[in-house]
Design a protein around this ligand. Sequence first.
Ligand code: ADP
Length: 451
Amino acid sequence: MFSKVLIANRGEIALRIMRACKELGIETVCVYSTADKDAPYLKHADEAICIGEGPAKDSYLNISRIISAAEVTNADAIHPGYGFLSERADFSEICRSCKIEFIGPSPEAMGKLGDKVEAKRYAKAAKVPVFPGSEGAVEEADEAAEIAEEIGYPVIIKAAAGGGGRGMRICRNEATLRTNIAKAQQEALAAFGNGAVFIEKFLEHARHVEVQCIGDKHGNAIHLWERDCSMQRRHQKVIEEAPGPGIDRKKIEKVCEAAARLVKSADYSGAATVEFLMDADQNFYMLEVNTRVQVEHPVTEYITGVDIVKTSILVAAGEKLPYKQKDIHVNGHAIECRINAEDHTKDFMPSAGGIETWRAPGGLGVRLDTHACAGYRVPPNYDSMIGKLICWGEDREAAIARTLRALEEFEVGPIKTTIPLHAELMQNSDFRKGGVDIHYLERLLKSASGV
Ligand code: ADP
């Protein structure tokens, strides 16, 4: 087992990883930027090391500084968390060449599943349902037009190396497709350093359903069932829940098994999420694979009892997965609300600054993953998420009632947060029915603002 893990991240996920390490008896080193220097969560690390200025490129994205920090502190492994360097195969490779274990997939496995075109190839072989579309990257407009004719419009052009909802173009006819192919290639090259683009069928109304998987270095991989993350704004998830409401259990079981097969076929070790869109008839189409732990992992932890962060540390250290597929059962329902420092009544304007009031909710079935507290200053440099409220109930209705109760207890000020928005959504009749699509929240916000 590792004796010391360096955490190359910040905020709630840094704290989440520290907690897992502590319970495993592993020492932690947490790196930080000058913008986070006074953050109270750093006190929970055995060692904290400043690696640079506030802008991420000077600190959390600076590979040489992070590696130096690991070397001077004698850390034997690095946990990248999510975001920042977590999906960079070159970082995983550099860790390997410095003889530091990267807690996550090998660069080879990340190459297979992290690239959207490659992932689709592996998915087809593993019989994971994918969108109809191009086999691999498309080069020419003629080729794209031919494929689109076959699968029918609308289609979407996507970058093989795309991420964060960027680099996508929806085309509703041949003329738009033809003018957009070259533009998309140039844009992809400029934004991601890889000009490869592909096309697939565009689904108008869909739900976002994803499958949590985890593999080890001995060729084992299992799934931990699904999450529904359809409540989104600008492609950013706002609420996640597990299991997916109203989904046929027989159908989803097949999809989950296929996802685990895909992870296994890539010799993948660590946590992975296979993301799908699901249409009204509950047909599934794979979007992509996220090769890291996700923000919303706690809802899965709640319903399965598996500690995903601890398990990924164990498998990175070479241990076998402590679970077999038959050990994984769904128990009850869990909902996560992302608490952002934003004013949702002012078009989600960021609300950085000092927190004076912080009254956290608690009680049975309430989990709050956060690095914030009274006296904490939210730095303007990073993502606005200051915490995640996750509530469990014996069924969905109980989970919603508990989430609403917890939100009502939760007081934060004077900065604005998305707590009031979540309280509204918990009382929204469409959400309560279950099964809203990925554009639901934007439609709702638009109608509320009267635009
Ligand atoms: P990224 O890596 O940039 O997040 P994804 O492939 O996960 O890209 O897609 C992001 C979002 O774009 C999806 O959640 C969905 O809202 C939309 N999208 C992507 N592909 C399609 C598609 N084929 N049909 C409909 N919507 C899509």
